[in-house]
Design a protein around this ligand. Structure first.
Ligand code: THU
Length: 136
């Protein structure tokens, strides 16, 4: 379990990334901040595109940024939005989180101060996993 100041830093990083979101089409800005197993914070925001399907969610941008830094194990992810109620990660992001953070705690926060939390296993109860692939 992360301590309160670590979680506060994670929330702050998620909101800071949210402020950098590129979401001119949906206008739904999202920030995500990962806490790595060794205590580092890596953030991402959603990056939309005029070719709509080319856009990427904040959670996947954060995972990509972390992996590019050689960080592949996460214990917590904070998702920040300005929505009325806290929003969980989309299905694709749940699967991507599962790859690197199977036991992670997902915390969703809003600008208004609302918060919801889940274990990733609640959000993705029967994941496809690396071990699901047949071995040669
Ligand atoms: N979005 C995220 O960044 N994370 C989520 O978990 C859900 C959706 C983004 C994708 C798109 O840019 C916008 O929110 C509206 O779907």
């Amino acid at each position: 379990m992360a301590d309160a100041s670590t979680l506060a830093a994670l929330r702050a990083a998620a909101f800071a990334a949210m402020d950098n979101a590129y979401a001119p089409y949906s206008k739904f800005r999202v920030g995500a901040a990962l806490l790595t197993a060794d205590g580092q914070v890596v953030a991402g925001c959603n990056v939309e595109n005029s070719s709509y399907p080319a856009g990427t969610c904040a959670e996947r941008v954060a995972v990509g940024a972390a992996v590019a830094r050689g960080l592949r194990s996460f214990t917590h992810v904070v998702v920040a939005t300005a929505a009325e109620t806290p929003t969980p990660p989309c299905g694709i992001c749940r699967q991507v989180l599962q790859e690197f953070a199977p036991g992670c705690r997902v915390i969703s926060v809003t600008r208004g101060g609302a918060e919801a939390q889940w274990d990733l296993s609640e959000l993705l109860p029967s994941p496809f996993m690396p071990s699901s692939l047949p071995r040669e």
